[in-house]
Design a protein around this ligand. Sequence first.
Ligand code: 5GP
Ligand code: ZN
Length: 134
Amino acid sequence: MDCIFCKITKGEIPCDKIYEDENCFAFLDITPINPGHTLLIPKQHYENLYELPDEILIKLAPIIKKLAIAIKKGVDAEGINIGMNNERPAGQLVFHAHFHIMPRFSNDSHIHWRGKPYPKDESAQTAEKIKGFL
Ligand code: 5GP
Ligand code: ZN
């Protein structure tokens, strides 16, 4: 399969590796929002969060935390954002599931998402629609 992140885990494409264990691999993003911006990926290829088996997700969660703390210390960050883009409309460009661990500084240029309030009653209706699928 022609996947850039699979090639990175196999060493076929170079990267600045941060961490590796039997399940996952973490390396610096090539175009960081700030230096230290890290990507954590499962070693096995899954396209996105929906495909990622729970057994793997459970193993990744503490690594996200471990990396967040190390990145914060390593680049003297004032905060950390965790992100995951799933599918093209959500900004996914590489279709091998990955978590972004992004160091933040008070005056960095990164623009956070902007919220907009719900029209009347729409919040409760939306909650009901989602709960129907849980
Ligand atoms: P997405 O938009 O899919 O969530 O993010 C993909 C990320 O992968 C982007 O932030 C991009 O900079 C990073 N990326 C893409 N190709 C490479 C690469 O070859 N090496 C590294 N280290 N990062 C990459
Ligand atoms: Zn892959």
